[in-house]
Design a protein around this ligand. Structure first.
Ligand code: ZN
Length: 228
């Protein structure tokens, strides 16, 4: 099985998709990673920020795969033919069984544009799983994955992005992934990543591709059992 994760900026895959990708990696699926923009406008401003962020990203993602960098301009992703074709060529070359990318109602214009470009390009060829938005706003997930086993590694991956003051993103991941876990009535101290899958022809059901590792915990049965 071949999985392709496409992030808008260096560090997006780590913050929003890392736990699920670790689950796929453990299942020995092939993992492909694309970072779309050069990240030249993020966090602290350095002369050579784009190069620094590339090095940070390669270190951060080393457990999963070597990422490919498309070097599109940060904060200027557009619905134009040139950006669409660069993405299309790369996606077709990889030809994945599943794409994971941003949701089209996310906070950052690059996330929104990337999501729509990838959705258009994928058409009826590739199913897409959309990752969480920033702080879950405008996002109503229909898939949850228990990433507790990998949460420490996820935090370490994010912390490689020294140029971005990364502890704020570790805190963000802690908040979001704890909250999503609590929504599944999992124990306090566990973590989940949430995703949205919108079925479209011929991808009406992708359950065979996805791990099914969330247990249903009944409410108020045993205090040691779940969150409530
Ligand atoms: Zn981003």
């Amino acid at each position: 099985m071949k999985i392709l994760a496409i992030g808008a900026h260096p560090d997006d895959i780590e913050i929003f998709m890392y736990g699920l990708l670790c689950i796929f990696k453990k299942k020995k699926y092939s993992i492909n990673l694309i970072v779309s923009t050069d990240g030249s406008l993020g966090g602290t401003k350095f002369e050579n920020l784009s190069q620094i962020r590339k090095e940070e990203t390669i270190k951060a993602l080393k457990y999963l795969a070597v990422p490919e960098f498309l070097d599109l301009p940060d904060s200027k992703l557009g619905y134009n033919q040139s950006h669409r074709e660069i993405l299309r060529e790369k996606i077709d070359e990889i030809y994945p069984d599943l794409i994971i990318t941003h949701y089209y109602k996310d906070y950052h214009s690059d996330h929104r544009v990337l999501s729509r470009l990838v959705t258009d390009i994928s058409g009826h060829k590739f199913p897409i799983l959309y990752c969480e938005t920033m702080m879950g706003i405008n996002f109503n997930p229909n898939f949850y994955f228990d990433i507790s086993e990998f949460f420490l590694e996820k935090k370490k991956a994010i912390m490689n992005h020294n140029s971005q003051n990364p502890s704020r993103f570790v805190e963000l991941a802690h908040l979001m992934n704890s909250y999503r876990s609590a929504q599944c009535n999992a124990k306090i101290g566990s973590y989940a990543e949430a995703y949205y899958f919108r079925s479209s022809f011929p991808f009406t059901n992708i359950n065979k591709i996805l791990p099914n590792n969330i247990e249903i915990k009944k409410f108020d049965i045993d205090e040691s059992y779940g969150f409530l």
